[in-house]
Design a protein around this ligand. Structure first.
Ligand code: ARG
Length: 571
């Protein structure tokens, strides 16, 4: 596609180069890729010329369209609502797009855009001694997709899981454990038992406010390095890590570093010193705070009156440590929207400390994901947290029911059910822009005919099995004139938009952009497939359609991979 962009840029440059200060690079960048076929393959917006030409864009578009000297590859141009729309000759477009995919295969859509740029992506970051919640699932899914997209564009990515393994909540759990913990604690579900203690603590705390103080003291003890407390904490951590690891392996997710907040305990004093030296620290009611009035933010507490540190203190130390260790150009924090203020304060303090790089730190926030309807295994045992394990079990159970009905002979049914359940959850996550709250029912996200992960998987599997039935030799030496049906051309055009889509997903940090593109691609293919025969056609037509099918399969699978959606072999 890019080759046509260059060609059209040249054509435009001859007429408008230098006008309104437009260099050819800018002309090229202004060229849009319309999704609607009536608007051509490229569109040039004439609004940019309106001021210099002192004419309405509609007039400019009309005049320009009449004047342009077209090349062989351009079929025609049309002026429409202030745009000049360019139509590439269909066979030329087909040839260029399909040959490119055929050549590049799994690397189709990749680029060197990120070459030499280091990015730290922090995601998932669940809290130890608490069950992995649905919010952390979203962070995990979004962070994983962004990581894959960044890597595909050749960024040098370091992934970090910032485990919540420090803070007053540990004082609470220790208090509760000391008071109400039972000897058979390890039996059954230790993590759930820990969580129950945590819930119990909060209930009792309402009646006995002195518990708050007790918890604070336990945490202070932990921070001072008390051996007995430390051992308890380690045990809580190990139990939690086991569950967390299970989830990552299910989603095929790996981190370069899993560093808990506790890792920064010995790095905080230096940060606090630095803040002091810079005169940024102020005492307020016995605590140490940084005022952020000029930034329009409430003050941030850095150290409590009992000397214990806070979440933000550890984040300051972590950010500085990461910059020293990975010297990144960009750092992303994939964390829910409720923590927006926290990140505003964090970045503001870093800037105050003259860490200019803080401007390249970004909070990738996201809204709530809720699953409607509970049913078996979906009880929210605390009333507030949805347990991921329950969610996954439910997804897999339902997926299994559907597969049993659709394809009872299927081998590895259990494995496929897991893949389908995971795809349903991932696609649900990407079905809207990330800041939006999303609410779903199981029927919706597991529907094989709806806009769902399973639908994409099913399309991918079906296309592949069609290709397996083809007995000839796959080639890109086909007669591209044979791909003349409107459905074919729309599909080819969509295939040509893949690289741009990935770029847009990256620039907006929105896997949603890629997910909705793949949905459109799958639908376009199915529309084509339902209307035309691919195999058993006159040889030339068959060959061309097989190539088109192969290229769709390649693009779809590359895209699914980038989103972290697993593709079953059969389903
Ligand atoms: N563990 C935290 C929580 O669940 C999220 C950590 C986000 N990352 C960070 N650097 N603060 O609330």
């Amino acid at each position: 596609m890019e080759r046509f962009r260059k060609e059209i840029t040249q054509v435009l440059r001859k007429e408008i180069g230098g006008k309104a200060g437009l260099a050819s690079k800018q002309i090229g960048e202004l060229l849009e890729l319309p999704t609607e076929s009536a608007h051509g393959d490229f569109a040039f917006p004439c609004f940019v010329l309106a001021k210099a030409e002192k004419k309405p864009p509609q007039t400019i578009a009309k005049e320009l369209a009449a004047k342009l000297k077209l090349t062989d590859n351009i079929d025609r141009v049309e002026a429409l609502t202030g745009y000049v729309n360019f139509f590439i000759k269909p066979a030329k477009l087909a040839e260029t797009v399909l040959k490119e995919i055929y050549d590049e295969r799994d690397a189709y859509g990749a680029s060197d855009r990120g070459k030499g740029r280091r990015v730290v992506i922090e995601f998932s970051s669940p809290n130890i001694a608490k069950p992995f919640g649905i919010g952390h699932l979203r962070s995990t899914i979004i962070g994983n997709a962004l990581t894959r997209i960044y890597k595909f564009l050749n960024y040098q990515v370091t992934t970090i899981n910032h485990l919540g393994d420090w803070g007053t909540q540990f004082g609470k759990i220790i208090t509760a454990y000391k008071k109400w913990g039972k000897a058979d604690f390890l039996k059954g579900d230790p993590l759930m038992n820990l969580y129950k203690l945590y819930v119990q603590f909060h209930q009792e705390e309402e009646k006995h406010p002195e518990l708050t103080d007790e918890a604070r003291q336990w945490f202070a003890k932990l921070e001072r390095g008390d051996r007995e407390v430390r051992e308890l904490w380690e045990w809580f951590r190990d139990v939690s890590m086991e569950e967390i690891r299970g989830i990552y392996s299910l989603f095929d997710i790996h981190f370069d570093h899993q560093l808990g907040e506790s890792f920064y305990t010995d790095k905080m004093p230096a940060v606090i010193d630095q803040l002091k030296k810079l005169g940024l620290l102020e005492e307020s009611e016995g605590a140490q705070i940084v005022r952020l009035e000029k930034e329009g933010l409430p003050p941030a507490i850095i150290k409590k009156s009992d000397d214990s540190t806070l979440y933000i203190t550890r984040d300051l130390a972590a950010a500085i440590y990461r910059h020293e260790t990975y010297s990144f150009e960009e750092m992303l924090y994939v964390v829910g929207t409720p923590q927006q203020l926290h990140f505003q304060q964090l970045f503001a303090i870093l800037v105050k400390m003259a860490h200019e790089w803080a401007k390249e730190c970004e909070h990738i926030s996201f809204g709530h994901l809720t699953l409607k309807e509970s049913g078996a295994g979906m009880s929210t045992r605390s009333g507030t947290i949805v347990f991921l394990k329950d969610v996954l079990d439910r997804a897999v159970e339902l997926a299994d029911d559907i597969i049993k009905e659709k394809n009872p002979q299927l081998e590895n049914r259990e494995k496929v059910a897991i893949q389908v359940g995971i795809a349903a959850l991932i696609y649900a996550d990407f079905s809207a822009k990330r800041r939006k709250d999303v609410k779903f029912s199981w029927e919706e996200i597991l529907n094989f005919d709806g806009e769902t992960g399973p639908y994409l998987q099913y399309t991918s599997v079906r296309i592949r099995s069609l290709l397996e039935k083809f007995s000839g030799t796959l080639t890109d030496k086909v007669d591209f004139e044979k791909l003349g049906e409107a459905e074919e051309q729309e599909l080819i055009k969509a295939l040509g938009l893949f690289s741009r889509t990935i770029l847009e997903a990256l620039e907006e940090r929105e896997p949603f952009v890629l997910a909705s593109y793949l949905m459109r691609l799958a639908k376009l293919y199915n529309k084509f497939y339902n209307k035309y025969r691919v195999l058993d056609q006159d040889g030339e037509i068959s060959l061309a359609r097989v190539l088109l099918t192969f290229c769709t399969s390649t693009t779809l699978d590359v895209g699914l991979n980038l989103l972290g959606i697993p593709i079953p072999e059969k389903m």
